[in-house]
Design a protein around this ligand. Structure first.
Ligand SMILES: *Cc1c(COP(=O)(O)O)cnc(C)c1O
Length: 431
């Protein structure tokens, strides 16, 4: 499969280059040059395939022959080694739980798949490559766990000191081996700025080749199609007409769902549910794309003003807004509604939502009001325990703490504290 840059269709590269580069040199996102079409028989018999077989069949056309069958099979198996259950919440609404992976959020899937691909492409390299990444919380843990002990890959994670939750910090500072955490005395924006400067530093790159594990990387984006196939497999017998509601920030997850539909998965509609960072809902209403700046909310993994993957959704629909609107609706919700929903769903249905899942749930309810013939699935993208600190007091005590979290709290944090200063970071990286 070839990928082209959304800035310039003439610039085409293979899967390996797209994965290793992340972003095209002209700063465009990579997009598959062809939309594959899956076998209809495969889709109608999804229930007869294992999760691993489904993953392999779905991703294979996007990888082509650049990773041999046996190696790709192993990468898919390592990626999908935890369950993706669908749970009934109300009469017509179901939660697709994406938080059963090692860091309790859906980003584990993309990070693990990308780590597998990068590990394969670097298998004969003599010099290790360094994955350099800035995190505001969830990405760091997923990348740390995904790349843990991958041969030939070093990982350096920059996170803003005292601005990530205790659990998030433990997830990225307690692994050791090839994972290094740099605690930056500054904000997330400082971390991101430092990473960007490092990527442009030729002297540093000559000494220590760098790559990013950014969410726009095709190897993090495309495996998210798996969620939708695995949900459909569980739902299709009883509920053939499905609408998915996806709590969205950078719009990578929902865009993968829409790609799943484009290659043949029969999904009736997609709802993008955002918090007050509502650039896309406003765009769908007015046709004007006006990002502004991000506002902090309880669903902080979605505090994105300028969602990078939205251009990929537009590309899927040939930039035709009316056609997009037939398959895609976007709604925005504030923190007050989010809290009320978390409390109400616990009280009435005994289901514990995290703030992101709550936004997804609200999006689904609103859409189903006018489409009662459909069954809805919302994506529960993180375990509620990850956001325990900010959960409503009335239900906080009820949040269940999984055993793997308990053991994390007792592990020793290992991080290097650095000022938000490029010369100091470079010094550290040049060691
Ligand atoms: C990253 C994240 C999101 C947003 O996903 P996008 O693909 O960026 O739209 C939603 N919920 C949680 C818990 C996340 O970590």
């Amino acid at each position: 499969m070839q990928y082209f840059s959304l800035q310039n269709k003439q610039h085409q590269v293979n899967f390996e280059t797209a994965v290793v580069q992340g972003l095209a040199p002209d700063r465009g996102l990579y997009f598959p040059e062809q939309i594959p079409s899956l076998d209809k028989d495969f889709i109608s018999h999804l229930q007869d395939y294992t999760d691993h077989e489904i993953g392999l069949n779905v991703i294979r056309p996007f990888v082509g022959d650049e990773i041999p069958e046996a190696a790709l099979k192993k990468i898919v198996a390592d990626t999908l080694h935890f369950p993706f259950p669908v749970q009934k919440v109300t009469g017509h609404t179901y939660a697709l739980e994406l938080f059963h992976g090692p860091t309790l959020a859906f980003k584990d899937v993309g990070a693990r798949f990308m780590a597998g691909c990068l590990g394969y492409f670097r298998r004969n390299a003599t010099q290790p490559v360094t994955v350099l990444v800035a995190t505001s919380g969830d990405t760091g843990g997923a990348v740390a766990h995904g790349f843990y002990q991958v041969p030939g890959v070093e990982v350096v994670i920059l996170y803003p000191s005292k601005k990530v939750s205790t659990l998030q910090e433990k997830q990225l500072t307690t692994l050791g081996h090839n994972i290094h955490a740099l605690e930056i005395a500054g904000t997330f924006d400082d971390c991101q700025q430092l990473v960007k400067t490092a990527f442009l530093d030729a002297e540093l790159q000559a000494h220590r080749p760098l790559t990013s594990a950014n969410s726009i990387n095709v190897a993090r984006w495309l495996p998210q199609m798996f969620y939708y196939f695995l949900a459909y497999k569980q739902m299709k017998a009883a509920h053939p007409r499905l609408v998915f509601s996806v709590p969205s920030g950078n719009f990578g997850n929902i865009c993968a769902g829409m790609m799943a539909a484009a290659i043949g998965l029969p999904i009736s509609h997609f709802v993008a549910a955002t918090n007050v960072n509502d650039t896309v809902p406003r765009f769908m209403a007015s046709g004007k794309y006006e990002p502004g700046t991000a506002t902090p909310t309880l669903s902080n993994a979605m505090d994105v003003a300028d969602p990078s993957n939205f251009v990929r959704i537009l590309q899927l629909f040939g930039n035709n807004l009316p056609q997009l609107a037939e398959r895609f609706t976007a709604y925005s919700f504030n923190d007050k509604d989010t809290i009320r929903t978390m409390e109400q769903v616990w009280k009435e249905h005994h289901y514990m939502l995290d703030p992101h899942g709550a936004v997804g749930f609200m999006g689904l309810q609103r859409y189903l009001q006018n489409s009662p013939e459909l069954t809805g699935v919302f994506l529960e993208t993180a375990h509620p325990v990850k956001f325990e600190d900010t959960a409503p007091k009335s239900i906080r005590e009820e949040i269940y703490t999984p055993a793997k979290v308990m053991s994390l709290y007792s592990k020793e944090k290992e991080a290097t504290l650095l000022p938000a200063d490029y010369a100091t970071l470079k010094n550290w990286l040049m060691r």
